[in-house]
Write a protein that binds this ligand. Structure first.
Ligand SMILES: [Fe+2]
Length: 374
């Protein structure tokens, strides 16, 4: 295990042992705080998601990509108002980008509560398209079982993050709906095809996640995920058996007023066999406003750690909320997704489509956003 360090010049990502949270909580919280404030990435080992659930999902998750293209097209994201389903990136649908990957996005198996006349962002909640039982027996069941375990972990982990920052354990819970059925974390199965040339391409270019926290399970044994450390160097994040990789998203950065900054990362296209991974993105409730975080009061010790880090980085500008942080999170997230997926906007959100695209749909090439992952 790499001991968490307060140095900014790290070359490895620390492993935090979940079981310490039960046997030696002060040490766990101190390690967690140091990793999150000074590094922004960590491995979580000895976590409570059962090994058999992990093994099963690693075996089953990639099989969706082996389906015939016509079946994958039938569950394409463009068919889903909730932005779930299959999506293929072949370099043509990302602005200035050459990213190449396939992905299958899903959320909890929840009923859409949107009705005519209600806010459009309620359409974000709901079940997406799945392969049928005939096409891929048991797939949905296995994926939802995994999803539920990671979702449970995410709620517990968020409370530990809160505590590690000197807040009450439930203080960050105010950004999540107490009725978890109203939340819609998202899960994404990713396939990065092996590069056929000697020069590796881009699986996903440098970006930060829009999530609160991201829980990544690396399915295959590639060393192509890289994180940019605070000194500006790209550091590999190789798979480690029995761990999740956890990174900080833009929402958590705002909620903590940049005590915890979102971490840039990228995936290089592998050479040889494809790389598979499964990302779980926790997200705040759609009816919260991130600027309400202004009432969170961090202890002096935490603010001093942030100040020391920012000073070393030469980035001492004061954090400020921007106008959209005062809007409902659901509206902000929906707008971002509609800008990235004009086809879904046109089909399912006609009123918003006309506002965003008054001159009609954009050229397909220009609809994607390169540096922000949904
Ligand atoms: Fe990401």
């Amino acid at each position: 295990m790499v001991a968490p360090t307060s140095s900014l010049d790290y070359n490895e990502i620390p492993v935090i042992d979940w079981q310490l949270s039960e046997t030696d909580k002060p040490t766990f919280l101190r390690q967690l705080r140091d990793a999150m404030i000074n590094i922004g990435f960590l491995y979580l080992g000895n976590h409570p998601v059962p090994k058999e659930v992990i093994e099963e999902v690693k075996r089953v998750a990639p099989t969706v990509f082996d389906l015939p293209q016509e079946i994958k097209d039938s569950i394409d994201m463009s068919t889903c108002m909730h932005f779930h389903g299959y999506l293929k990136w072949d370099g043509s649908n990302v602005k200035d980008g050459k990213d190449t990957r396939e992905q299958f996005n899903f959320g909890g198996d929840r009923v859409c509560k949107w009705k005519e006349g209600e806010p459009e962002y309620l359409k974000l909640h709901g079940t997406g398209p799945w392969p049928t039982e005939e096409q891929l027996p048991g797939y949905k069941e296995v994926m939802l079982r995994y999803y539920k375990h990671v979702e449970d972990l995410s709620f517990k982990f968020t409370q530990l993050v809160s505590e590690s920052l000197g807040l009450k354990p439930d203080e960050l819970d105010q950004f999540f709906d107490p009725d978890h059925d109203n939340l819609q974390p998202r899960c994404k199965v990713l396939r990065y095809p092996g590069s056929t040339t000697e020069t590796p391409g881009s699986g996903i270019g440098a970006h930060v996640d829009g999530s609160f926290l991201t829980y990544l399970l690396q399915v295959t044994d590639h060393r192509t995920l890289e994180v940019k450390n605070l000194s500006g160097e790209w550091i590999p994040v190789p798979p480690k058996e029995g761990t999740f990789v956890i990174n900080l998203g833009k929402t958590l950065e705002k909620v903590t007023q940049r005590v915890l900054p979102a971490t840039p990362h990228r995936v290089i296209s592998p050479t040889g066999p494809p790389r598979y991974s499964i990302a779980f993105f926790s997200s705040v409730g759609t009816d919260v406003r991130l600027a309400d975080a202004a009432k969170l009061k961090f202890p002096q010790e935490i603010l001093e750690m942030k100040a020391a880090r920012d000073k070393k980085l030469g980035n001492e500008t004061e954090f400020q909320f921007v106008p959209k942080d005062y809007e409902l999170a659901g509206d902000v997230v929906l707008a971002r997704k509609l800008h990235s997926h004009a086809d879904i906007a046109e089909k399912f959100y006609p009123a918003l489509f006309s506002k965003i695209y008054p001159n009609g749909p954009p050229e397909k090439k220009k609809t994607g956003k390169k540096n922000y992952q949904e």
